[in-house]
Design a protein around this ligand. Structure first.
Ligand code: BGC
Length: 340
């Protein structure tokens, strides 16, 4: 897959679209249905998408479904009643959201599947990261720290196609090691709704069943890593057992510096928002959007734009997350003037 930087993305959108926006930006109305604001990353997604819209003077109608399938459907019905030309959806439920796509198509509204893929549907575009690679990065990192021993593998919500892709990527790395007898996966569990409290409960169970003898934990994102680390702390094992993550949340950055979380994955939501918004603008003007992959969703190979994820640990956190302006210096290092 072609690597995309922020610059190349900008170039793609400003030179590569087959048709330049002709409609006045003010007349363009875009609908956005975001699944949640619980994880910090989704707060950022919304902020960046709003910024994009404001800078172009485009009307962005926003709905947050708070991890609720029925609410997302009702909210999208409302958006479709409001003369939008494009609907950007981060689906809560990958399968259930297919109904929304069908309704949108009947109204001639283009649908962009945002970060999470909508399954079994004629979605027009999927804009996300290379999610299989995210899982591979997490697992590879853990296996370097813990080449042998017992592994707990937690995965995200079964309703989220990303969770399946992350797990698939991770298992590509872990399964061969299990076959060779180097590691043993003692727990392999999904976390409904990505609920961090559920991650704590599962981790407590794994620790109890194995008398605290666990060598690595694949936590699928930073919020669930936080939940896992709570359980480890109870066993006085926080910092002694490698734990993965994803999203580059400020709290995860602090845990990485403190040594209780080993790594996170950086998915630059600024790029994601820019890519999705650029595509929406192009669609609104009757144009097309740049793609670099085709991802099967059960009905078709969805034209997709997949961005690159990056591993972050103590060694590159300052450069990648702070110097790039993604996280604020104070939220990572606190108010102290000294930092590496
Ligand atoms: C996203 C992750 C996020 C998770 C929970 C996934 O679909 O890709 O970045 O942590 O949902 O919201």
């Amino acid at each position: 897959m072609r690597k995309l930087t922020l610059l190349s993305l900008a170039a793609l959108f400003f030179c590569g679209c087959q048709k330049a926006p002709q409609q006045g930006a003010k007349e363009i109305r875009i609908g956005l249905s975001i699944p949640t604001q619980r994880e910090e990353r989704w707060v950022r997604d919304l902020e960046y998408l709003r910024k994009q819209a404001a800078s172009l003077g485009v009307e962005l109608l926003v709905k947050v479904s708070e991890n609720n399938t029925a609410r997302q459907k009702t909210q999208c019905d409302e958006l479709l009643e409001q003369k939008i030309s494009v609907l950007i959806i981060g689906p809560h439920d990958a399968l259930a959201a297919a109904d929304i796509v069908q309704k949108a198509r009947l109204k001639g509204v283009k649908v962009i599947s945002y970060d999470r893929l909508i399954l079994n549907s004629d979605v027009d575009l999927y804009v996300s990261f290379d999610n299989i690679k995210v899982g591979e990065i997490q697992a590879r990192y853990l296996t370097r720290l813990a080449p042998f021993g017992k592994y707990v593998v937690l995965s995200g919500a079964p309703t989220d196609n990303n969770a399946r892709l992350f797990r698939h990527g991770a298992m590509r790395v872990l399964k061969p090691l299990e076959t060779e007898g180097r590691i043993k996966i003692v727990m392999d569990q999904a976390i409904p709704d990505w609920n961090p409290a559920e991650a704590t409960t599962l981790m407590e169970k794994a620790l109890a069943q194995n008398a605290g003898d666990i060598q690595a934990v694949l936590a699928p994102n930073d919020a669930t890593a936080g939940g896992v680390i709570k359980a480890l702390a109870f066993y006085k094992l926080a910092g002694a057992v490698p734990v993965s993550g994803q999203d580059s949340e400020a709290s995860a950055a602090r845990r990485i510096l403190a040594g209780t979380q080993s790594m996170t994955v950086f998915k630059d939501t600024r790029q994601l928002a820019a890519a999705a918004f650029g595509a929406a603008m192009s669609f609104a003007a009757g144009g097309s959007a740049p793609v670099n992959a085709a991802v099967p969703n059960g009905k078709l190979d969805v034209p997709s734009l997949l961005l690159e994820p990056l591993a972050v640990d103590k060694s590159n956190l300052g450069k990648v997350l702070v110097e790039s302006g993604y996280l604020k210096r104070e939220e990572v290092y606190g108010s102290s003037d000294f930092h590496p």
